[in-house]
Design a protein around this ligand. Structure first.
Ligand code: C5P
Length: 227
């Protein structure tokens, strides 16, 4: 039997950097929540067998399961960090070790069906797995505590990681089973095992909504897409 594809959506964060009274995944993006938009973006891919959305155990805003496609399941198992939420979400999957899991941030509603399909197509036969990412276009500076430049970093081989990040269920479980301090994405956990995940070109619209300006930009892009 061939391996299957599953998704885990960590959606248990507070989104404090955005300064909104509700967690950012529940903010409105043109008539639907950001979380709803993100789930819909994943459901556009028919190869995904299941989408497990990880919310916080005390999340009262969690939408009714019935509003979504039968592939979607909400799990109130979110943890203190994103890595904790992802690790708990992976345990909720009805999956075999050789199946693939795509982890995608709830705060990236702009994922296109094309980029999602490209990731699956390019990583589907990779021994390690991979992630969407963008080559860094700006000149990059390192700074000190006073906000003064201490160095210009060569951007030649720099990429900014996006999600989804796609790894085999068994390997990701192993990578997240140890100390999770400082692990901000799945790829970094895999790298700690001495493996080298593959980079697949993402797209600018798949940015992570972090600040208030990002929310305006995401809403504008959704409106453009719907037009
Ligand atoms: O805070 P940040 O934007 O980096 O979070 C990325 C994603 O991880 C968001 O979708 C957020 O809801 C999720 N997250 C989580 N559990 C946490 C922290 C963040 O599921 N404890």
């Amino acid at each position: 039997m061939s391996e299957r594809y599953h998704a885990v959506v960590p959606a248990a964060g507070g989104g404090t950097r955005l300064g909104a009274p509700v967690p950012k995944q529940y903010l409105d993006l043109g008539g639907d929540s950001m979380l709803h938009r993100t789930i819909d973006a994943l459901l556009a891919e028919p190869r995904l067998a299941a989408v497990v959305v990880v919310v916080s155990p005390d999340d009262l805003r969690r939408p009714a399961q019935g509003r979504f496609d039968a592939r979607v399941r909400f799990a109130g198992v979110g943890g203190a960090t994103r890595a904790d939420s992802v690790a708990a979400g992976v345990e909720q999957l009805d999956a075999r070790a050789e199946d693939w899991v795509l982890v995608h941030d709830a705060a990236r509603p702009g994922l296109s069906a094309v980029a999602l399909a490209r990731l699956i197509d390019e990583v589907g036969d990779d021994p390690v797995g991979g992630l969407l990412a963008m080559p860094v276009a700006d000149t990059v500076k390192r700074c000190d505590d006073d906000g003064r430049v201490t160095a210009t970093v060569d951007r030649e081989q720099l990429w900014a990681a996006q999600t989804p990040q796609m790894f085999r269920v068994g390997l990701l479980r192993q990578a997240l089973s140890g100390e999770r301090l400082g692990i901000t994405d799945e790829a970094s956990a895999i790298e700690k095992l001495g493996l080298r995940p593959r980079l697949v070109r993402g797209e600018p619209a798949n940015f992570k909504v972090t600040l208030a300006e990002d929310l305006q930009m995401a809403a504008a892009l959704q409106q453009k897409g719907a037009a």
